[in-house]
Design a protein around this ligand. Structure first.
Ligand code: GTP
Ligand code: MG
Length: 196
C-alpha cells in the first residue's frame, strides 16, 4: 500500500536524477494517455503529479518518493505531434537515455489508451524496451470511457499484437483514474517489484 508520497525533484537531464540508491519504477506512454492521473490515483494524492487536458503537460523527469522507500517516476509522453521536431527529439532522447542508463530502474509501465485499436507507436515503444532490456508491463487506461466488452476487445487485440513481438505476453492491468479500477492490482504488483 502507498501510505506516503512526496515530490522530490524534476529534471531535464537524466544525469541529475537522485542518487540511484533505491528501487525505482517509471510510467511512460503517449501524451495524454493518463500517466500523471494514474500516479495520483495510485498514491491517493490528487495534485501530486500535474495533469492536463492538453497533451504535453509533463515535460520533465519527475521523481516521487514513496513510503520513504522507493522512487516512482512520471515521464513526458512520447509521440506528441504538436511540439516541433527538435523538442520532440529532445524528449525522446531524454526518455531513452533515462531508461537505458538508470541503474536502479526495476521496471517501466507502458500506458495504453484502452479506447483505441493497437497503435503502432505503442508497439514500437514496447519493442524498443524489449530490445534494450528494459522490463516493461502494460497498463490500459481510461477503462471508464467504453463498455467493458469494447475495452476487453481492444485489450485482447493489443495483446495479440504483442505475441508477434514476444514469446511471453507482458503483464498487464486495466485501469481507470476516474473510478479507481485496477488500483489494488497495480499497487500489489508495484510492491512486489520494489521488494525484489
Ligand atoms: P502528458 O503529461 O501530457 O504526457 O499526459 P499524461 O499522460 O500525464 O495524461 P494526464 O494524466 O495529464 O491526463 C490527460 C487527460 O486525460 C486529462 O484530462 C485527464 O483528466 C484525463 N484522464 C486521465 N486518466 C483518465 C481516466 O482513467 N478516465 C478518464 N475518463 N479520463 C482520464
Ligand atoms: Mg503527465
Amino acid at each position: 500500500m502507498i501510505r506516503k508520497a512526496e515530490f522530490v525533484i524534476s529534471n531535464s537531464n537524466p544525469g541529475n536524477c537522485p542518487k540511484p540508491d533505491r528501487a525505482e519504477i517509471a510510467f511512460i506512454g503517449r501524451s495524454n494517455v493518463g500517466k500523471s492521473s494514474l500516479i495520483n490515483m495510485l498514491t491517493n494524492k490528487k495534485g501530486l503529479a500535474k495533469t492536463s487536458q492538453t497533451p504535453g503537460k509533463t515535460q520533465l523527469i519527475n521523481h516521487f518518493l514513496i513510503n520513504d522507500q522507493w522512487y516512482l517516476v512520471d515521464l513526458p509522453g512520447y509521440g506528441f505531434a504538436k511540439v516541433n521536431v527538435k523538442v520532440k527529439e529532445g524528449w525522446e532522447n531524454m526518455i531513452k537515455t533515462y531508461l537505458t542508463k538508470r541503474e536502479n530502474l526495476c521496471g517501466v509501465f507502458i500506458l495504453i489508451d484502452s479506447r483505441l485499436e493497437p497503435q503502432k507507436i505503442d508497439l514500437e515503444f514496447l519493442l524498443w524496451c524489449g530490445v534494450n532490456g528494459v522490463p516493461a508491463a502494460l497498463i490500459f487506461t481510461k477503462a471508464d470511457k467504453l463498455s467493458k466488452t469494447k475495452t476487453e476487445q481492444n485489450v485482447r487485440k493489443f495483446l495479440k499484437k504483442t505475441e508477434e513481438i514476444f514469446e511471453e505476453a507482458p503483464d498487464y492491468f486495466v485501469t481507470s483514474a476516474e473510478n479507481q479500477m485496477g488500483k489494488d492490482e497495480v499497487n500489489a504488483f508495484l510492491e512486489e517489484l520494489v521488494r525484489e
